[in-house]
Design a protein around this ligand. Structure first.
Ligand code: ZN
Ligand code: ZN
Length: 89
């Protein structure tokens, strides 16, 4: 955690007993590009895709990319009215 984030959390703590702040302080994994934090490594990995623009799940019909399997399945059923075989690249 950078000094900037530490002071930001300290500052937020002064004004709030917000559970998000508490969660941030006890979280195990931190995004180094924003203030996102989580206790789950898989959540952080998924979150990092927001910064990288990575879309590992691809629709085999229109080739559109999605961050999660769930998003792709939703897309396939709503856009193509179809259950899709999901292949992770
Ligand atoms: Zn982030
Ligand atoms: Zn599609």
């Amino acid at each position: 955690m950078t000094f900037y984030l530490k002071s930001l959390v300290a500052l937020l703590d002064l004004f709030s007993t917000n559970t998000e702040v508490q969660a941030y302080k006890t979280a195990l994994f931190y995004c180094d590009l924003c203030v996102y934090s989580t206790n789950f490594k898989s959540h952080l990995k998924r979150h990092r895709m927001r910064h990288t623009g990575e879309r590992p799940f691809r629709c085999s019909i229109c080739n559109k990319g999605f961050i999660t399997n769930h998003n792709l399945r939703y897309h396939a059923s709503s856009a193509h009215c179809k259950e899709l075989e999901v292949h992770q690249l």
